[in-house]
Design a protein around this ligand. Structure first.
Ligand code: DNO
Length: 365
């Protein structure tokens, strides 16, 4: 397991890279050019600037999260060709800089959705929260005001260019079904997977967060059956997954450990985090500890260990603790704690495996 840490870039992240370096076992930063609108080509010199900075701090830039997909591609409009051509060129440039994995998602309009960014937990810490009844009462624009207005930094998935065209987008998605979205995803994959293969890059789709329809928009990367279908759209190793335990775990019927065993060789990037789900459909993000939420983090780590996972991983979101002022979900402290929890489980599993092998050998003698 290659541990990484999401970092939003110079001037766009409050956490100094020197501090990230002090978390044990973090080898790379997960990054993006967050100011480039979806659909535009990424300039090589900007990519190289990030590489240089990361390398100076001893980090690699193997994983990009995300190269966002333009809505015209998701909608299947004729203008998609131009954006797909740009996407291909971005893949080529990222390959030149040594990038190995590109994370992206295929969620219409919104990326991840929550109703509160700083919901207080019993211990006084705060975390991202999704309130089912609240979302049913809200108009998309009201939610945007609440969410985007509550963060001083632009958040991934809530970029100004995306939000400015909100009502037009909702209009365009009227009548777009799940099957339309599948067809548009297939078209996109058939175009870009060969380019990714030529460039030795693995594409890793992120599941929909939460894994059910919000505001009546179709969502398809939501459960085991749909992921099976997704992988067959283009049945090649370069067409893979970012397996996000927290996104999928927001639906308690999703068994993430089982998915890890089943999709083992197609998981290129692991997002590991916990959520607590409630019967009314609400969920809140918690610490990574298994017993703090309803996602079986211990079982998930066991599954990754069993399949011999050597891909990239990151502690996904964390709570906001110890008074830290940070991007919603992306504090240093709780993600640092999360990494240590994940390493604790992983190291013990490694040790146990070695001891069992020794024991087996001595029995044979
Ligand atoms: C939110 C993230 C998402 C994720 C994208 C991947 O914090 O988990 O924005 O990066 O959906 O494309």
């Amino acid at each position: 397991m290659k541990m990484t840490f999401r970092w939003f870039g110079e001037g766009n992240d409050l956490i100094p890279l020197e501090h990230v370096k002090q978390i044990p076992g973090v080898e790379g930063i997960v990054w993006a050019l967050h100011d480039i609108p979806a659909g535009e080509e990424w300039p090589l010199d900007r990519i190289m600037e990030v590489k240089e900075l990361a390398n100076q701090h001893g980090f690699h830039i193997d994983v990009v999260e995300s190269v966002n997909v333009h809505e015209d591609i998701k909608l299947g409009l004729p203008t998609r060709d131009r954006y797909i051509a740009n996407y291909k060129r971005t893949i080529e440039k990222l390959a030149q800089a040594g990038v190995k994995v590109i994370c992206y998602n295929f969620m219409p309009v919104f990326d991840w959705t929550r109703t509160d960014l700083f919901k207080e937990l019993e211990d006084g810490s705060t975390a991202l929260f999704f309130e089912n009844a609240k979302i049913k009462d809200l108009e998309p624009m009201e939610l945007v005001k609440e969410i985007a207005g509550n963060s001083t930094l632009t958040m991934p998935g809530w970029e100004p260019d995306r939000l400015q065209s909100l009502s037009r987008l909702f209009e365009q998605y009227k009548g777009v079904t799940e099957e339309d979205l599948w067809a548009n995803l297939q078209f996109f994959l058939e175009e870009i997977i060969p380019v990714a293969e030529e460039n030795n890059i693995k594409m890793a789709i992120h599941p929909d967060d939460p894994p059910f329809s919000v505001f009546g928009l179709p969502r398809i990367i939501i459960n085991k059956e749909n992921i099976q279908r997704f992988l067959k759209l283009v049945d090649r190793p370069a067409n893979g997954l970012t397996l996000c335990s927290g996104s999928l775990g927001a639906n308690p019927t999703n068994n993430v450990a089982e998915m890890i065993r089943e999709f083992a060789d197609r998981i290129h990037f692991a997002h590991i985090r916990n959520v607590n789900t409630y019967e009314n459909g609400d969920f809140i993000e918690t610490s990574h500890r298994s017993s703090d939420g309803t996602v079986d983090i211990l079982g998930i780590m066991k599954a990754y260990h069993e399949i011999g996972f050597t891909g990239y991983a990151r502690p996904d979101h964390g709570r906001h603790i110890w008074g830290e002022k940070c991007r919603p979900g992306y504090g240093l402290y709780d993600r640092g704690l999360g990494i240590m929890y994940l390493w604790g489980i992983w190291d013990l599993l490694e040790r146990t495996k070695k001891e069992e092998a020794l024991c087996y050998q001595s029995m044979k003698i």
